[in-house]
Design a binder for this molecule. Structure first.
Ligand code: DGY
Length: 326
C-alpha cells in the first residue's frame, strides 16, 4: 500500500449504508451488498489483497481463507460468537480478531424469554390452531401450559447473556441456578449471585434449562442423549447460543420419548436447515436465529465492527478484541 492508497476492506453481507459510511470515508470498500452469504470460494477470492474484513457468524474464516489474505490485519465479526473463525490461526498470522459483545446481550436475552414464554405457554400451538380454523371456543382445559412462578431456571453459561436472562427471572417469581462453567464465570466482572451447581445437578433439578455457552470443542453436543435423560420430564430446553451445542437428533429422540416437555430453539446444527423431526413437533417453538435481530442491536453491531476495523487500520487497539481463550 502506498501512502495515498486507502486500505481495502471486504464487507461480506448487506448492511445499512449509514453504518458503513465511516468505512467508505477511510477505506476502499468491497461490499457484497446481498443478504445471502458469499460462497467460501468467492469469499476467498475477494479476500485477496484485503487489509480488513467485516464478516458474519456464518462466513467460514478458516485456514484456507486466511492463507489467501496475506495482507489482512483485522477480522471484525459482526457477532459475539466467533466459532466460525480460526482465531488461533489468525493470531498466529498477526491478524487481530474482534467481535461485538455486550451490545447484543439485551436483544438476545429478550428473545430467550420470548421463546421461554412461547413454549411454556404454547403460543405457537395456539397461533397455529387459530390460523387453521381449528378453535371451537374456550374450554376449561384447552392448551394448558406451565406456569413459571416458583420454578427453577438453570442457566448453562452464565456469561453476559446468561446473566441478563437470569436477571429477569425474579420478576416471574423464579429462582435461578447456574452450572459451574469455570472459564465463563472467571471472565465475569460483575458478581452473579446464584447457586452454582454441577451440570448434572442443574439438569436434574431445573424446570427450564437455558443455554448460553459459546460453541467450542468442549461444548459441542453438550446437550446429548446422556444429558437429556438427566432432565425432568416436565422441563423445557431453550437454546439461543449455537446450534452445535445441542445434538438435534438426540433432542428429537428425547421429545419423542417424552423425556422433556418441550424446547424453544433459535439456533440449529445445520443452519439454515432445521432437523425435520424437530420441526414437526407441536411442543417445539422455533425461530430463525433471531437472537440479536433488533434494529437497534444490529445497527450497533455493525457500527462497532466498523469502528474496530478503522481503529486497527489506523494502528490503534480495537475496541473489542477477541481474546484467544474464547
Ligand atoms: C452472534 O452474535 O453470535 C449471533 O449469533 C449473530 O447475531
Amino acid at each position: 500500500m502506498t501512502l495515498e492508497e486507502k486500505p481495502r476492506v471486504l464487507v461480506t453481507r448487506r448492511m445499512p449504508s449509514a453504518v458503513l459510511s465511516p468505512l467508505y470515508r477511510a477505506c476502499e470498500v468491497d461490499f457484497h451488498d446481498h443478504s445471502q452469504a458469499l460462497t467460501h470460494t468467492a469469499l476467498c477470492d475477494r479476500l485477496v489483497e484485503k487489509d480488513g474484513l467485516i464478516c458474519m457468524f456464518n462466513d467460514r474464516i478458516d485456514e484456507a481463507a486466511l492463507s489467501v489474505a496475506s495482507g489482512l490485519k483485522v477480522i471484525a465479526a459482526v457477532a459475539v460468537g466467533v466459532d466460525n473463525i480460526d482465531v488461533p490461526a489468525a493470531k498466529a498470522r498477526g491478524i487481530i480478531v474482534t467481535n461485538t459483545p455486550d451490545i447484543l446481550t439485551r436483544a438476545t436475552a429478550e428473545l430467550t424469554w420470548g421463546l421461554l414464554l412461547a413454549v411454556t405457554r404454547r403460543v405457537g400451538e395456539g397461533d397455529r390452531v387459530l390460523r387453521d380454523g381449528g378453535w371451537t371456543g374456550w374450554t376449561f382445559d384447552f392448551l394448558l401450559g406451565t406456569e413459571l412462578h416458583g420454578k427453577q431456571l438453570g442457566i448453562i453459561g452464565a456469561g453476559r447473556i446468561g446473566q441478563a436472562v437470569a436477571a429477569v427471572a425474579p420478576a416471574f417469581g423464579m429462582r435461578v441456578v447456574c452450572a459451574a462453567w469455570p472459564r465463563q464465570t472467571q471472565r465475569n466482572k460483575k458478581p452473579f449471585e446464584c447457586p452454582v451447581l454441577s451440570l448434572d445437578e442443574l439438569l436434574l433439578t431445573s424446570d427450564i434449562v437455558s443455554l448460553h455457552v459459546p460453541l467450542t470443542a468442549e461444548t459441542h453436543h453438550l446437550i446429548n442423549r446422556r444429558t437429556l435423560v438427566r432432565m425432568k420430564r416436565s422441563a423445557f430446553l431453550i437454546n439461543t447460543s449455537r446450534g452445535g451445542v445441542v445434538d438435534d437428533v438426540a433432542l428429537a429422540w428425547a421429545l419423542d420419548q417424552r423425556l422433556i416437555a418441550g424446547a424453544g430453539l433459535d439456533v440449529f446444527e445445520d443452519e439454515p436447515n432445521v432437523n425435520r423431526e424437530l420441526a414437526k413437533k407441536e411442543n417445539v417453538c422455533l425461530t430463525p436465529h433471531l437472537g440479536s435481530a433488533t434494529r437497534e442491536t444490529r445497527t450497533a453491531m455493525g457500527e462497532l465492527a466498523v469502528r474496530n476495523v478503522l481503529e486497527v487500520l489506523a494502528g490503534r487497539s480495537p475496541v473489542t478484541p477477541v481474546s484467544l481463550n474464547v
